[in-house]
Design a protein around this ligand. Structure first.
Ligand code: DSN
Length: 441
């Protein structure tokens, strides 16, 4: 048998662990999970096929797997107060595809928030995605305050009569008014799917309105603020069953056998463990600290002179608007921040003047750093580092001529990876980051 230490892959895993420990992660959709969650992911559960659902499997030997899946469902049903949960989706995109497949026929109309306004690819992004190609996708957007434009959403819903409206975001720093979404969905007779992937932890902690009384279906990934393994869950609410008594069955059949094969049992167990952790008082404290940290970070960034979309945040996420430094500046800032030891992602901002590939914003969030035990004072420090990076590279303007951008960026990156100012910041970042474990709760 190959010894672990003989395979260089293990060296790379170690290297990645060091990278995560020595850097500061601000990607709002990422999180570190507990030792308990991670331990079951490499357990014997991954050796077992369990196509089907508890007590209705297509393979023998699933007595224990059944118990695990039933327990995962039970914990989530209690946590969210819903009558039905499916924990088998492999991740968020397959879960949303399953909901769409369960409810719609090819050509039916769906509505979701446009990607450029902070929506997700699976919410009907045209041409390149399953949801945008197989359905008639109508995308809604934001108003002049960067908030969801409910007036326009209602107008579009009345005009196009969608069968499904999706309320969910990946780059939106404000709370979602699920009651307003429901009002419109009910008015036009549409199903309402709430995709709460980003904010699940905040919902559990009472820091965000719950979609459960309003939506028919609630979907979430399990690895973001929920702090579990990579995976997803689809919940059917009481309101959903009232509208359509077959809804739970339709969802289950769409996940398996329509779109997936055997569930990843190790993930099911890890979701159950994460649900157990989320039911403890410490998790509420965690969700509240995510919010406090986001507010502290937003305030500190603004004090440093950086502009934020919507002037701040109401959740875990902040969008820095860098247009005053030149269109597409998010590309340079994200790279330079990474050199300086802080990783985030470049992102479009509402009304993006450049392009999704060379966007003018940076998306940051506080779930990762909060999991490490960092608090408001560390957020201030991180905001100051970000501002120093931005100030240091200002003037590094992306050429207006598209064909010369690649050459510019190649040269920019080559200079930045040995830039003394950025490397000095990296040293400071490392000193602080090392004092915080990856998982402190
Ligand atoms: N990739 C996730 C995010 O970063 O928000 C959404 O799927």
């Amino acid at each position: 048998m190959q010894k672990q230490n003989q395979d260089p892959i293990f060296d790379l895993v170690k290297k990645e662990e060091e990278r995560q420990t020595e850097m500061i992660g601000l990607i709002p959709s990422e999180n570190h999970s507990s030792e308990a969650v991670r331990s079951v992911l490499s357990s014997c559960l991954s050796s077992k096929y369990a196509e089907g659902y508890p007590k209705r499997r297509y393979y023998e030997g699933n007595q224990v797997i059944d118990e695990i899946e039933i327990e995962a469902q039970k914990r989530l049903k209690e946590l969210f107060k819903v009558p039905h949960v499916n924990v088998q989706p492999y991740s968020g995109s397959p879960a949303n595809s399953a909901v769409e497949f369960a409810l719609l026929e090819e050509g039916d109309t769906i509505m979701g928030l446009a990607l450029s306004s902070g929506g997700h690819l699976t919410h009907g992004h045209p041409k390149v995605t399953f949801s945008g190609r197989y359905f008639n996708s109508i995308q809604y957007g934001l108003d002049e305050n960067a908030r969801i434009d409910f007036k326009e959403l209602r107008r579009l819903a009345l005009e196009h009569k969608p069968k499904l409206i999706i309320a969910g975001t990946t780059a939106y720093p404000f709370v979602l008014d699920f009651a307003k979404f429901a009002e419109i969905a009910d008015e036009v007779g549409a199903y309402l799917l709430a995709d709460i992937s980003h904010i699940t932890g905040l919902v559990i902690a009472g820091e965000h309105q719950s979609p459960v009384p309003h939506a028919h279906i609630v979907m979430s990934t399990t690895h973001k603020t929920f702090r579990g393994p990579r995976g997803a869950m689809i919940m059917v609410t009481n309101k959903g069953l009232e509208k359509d008594p077959d809804l739970a069955d339709k969802i289950d059949k769409a996940v398996f056998p329509a779109l997936q094969g055997g569930p990843h049992n190790e993930n099911t167990a890890a979701i159950a463990i994460a649900a157990g952790e989320a039911a403890r008082p410490g998790f509420i404290e965690y969700g509240k600290q995510i919010r406090k940290n986001a507010d502290a970070m937003a305030t500190a960034l603004q004090q440093e002179g950086l502009k934020l979309v919507g002037d701040g945040t109401e959740n875990h996420l902040i969008l820095i608007d860098l247009t005053s430094f030149g269109d597409g500046f998010g590309t340079q800032v994200a790279f330079a921040m990474d050199v300086a030891g802080i990783y985030a992602n470049r992102n479009t901002i509402p009304g993006e003047p450049c392009s999704p590939f060379y966007p003018s914003g940076i998306r940051i969030g506080t779930p990762l750093v909060t999991t490490r035990g960092m608090k408001e004072q560390e957020m201030t420090k991180i905001a100051q580092w970000i501002a120093r990076v931005v100030d240091h590279i200002k003037g590094e303007q992306l050429p207006a001529l598209k064909t010369t951008r690649r050459v510019f960026l190649k040269d920019f990156k080559a200079r930045m990876i040995k830039d003394e100012t950025l490397l000095a910041i990296r040293k400071e970042v490392k000193e602080m980051a090392k004092t915080f474990p990856l998982f402190a709760w």
